[in-house]
Design a binder for this molecule. Structure first.
Ligand SMILES: [Zn+2]
Length: 135
């Protein structure tokens, strides 16, 4: 059996959250994944884009998270929570979920049929920005 090759390596996540404080965000992100706080997840292979909706703990709210990958590393991330302009545990949760749930095989097969059009991605980005400015 072939070994699973992860699109998003755990070392890339650790690099992105490399400050001491950010390590806490990773464990909070793991908790969010384990508590089923990921409400939706979408990986757009040709854009290297991860998108997801994550339930905000103790609040009746869902945060929109977006992470852009660049080859082996995380290029940038966005979340519409107050900390999301920098780094937050929602971003960590989406990265961790992506690490375990997407593999190179997925980019070639399973996800190909569900690739959204370019304008759908742009619309999502506009939506995300608008949510940020409202805060
Ligand atoms: Zn957030």
């Amino acid at each position: 059996m072939a070994s699973v090759k992860h699109v998003l390596k755990f070392s890339s996540i650790m690099n992105y959250f490399s400050g001491a404080d950010e390590i806490k965000l990773i464990s909070r992100g793991e908790n969010a994944v384990e508590s089923n706080h990921i409400k939706s997840f979408h990986f757009v292979a040709n854009l290297g884009l991860l998108k997801g909706e994550i339930h905000a703990s103790m609040r009746d709210r869902v945060d929109n998270v977006q992470v852009e990958l660049n080859e082996d590393s995380i290029r940038k991330s966005e979340c519409n929570c107050p900390r999301g302009q920098y780094l937050c545990h929602h971003v960590a949760a989406l990265c961790i979920y992506g690490h375990y749930n997407i593999s190179v095989t997925d980019t070639e097969c399973r996800w190909t049929a569900r690739k959204p059009k370019e304008e759908d991605v742009k619309r999502y980005q506009i939506y995300t920005r608008r949510k940020v400015t409202h805060l």
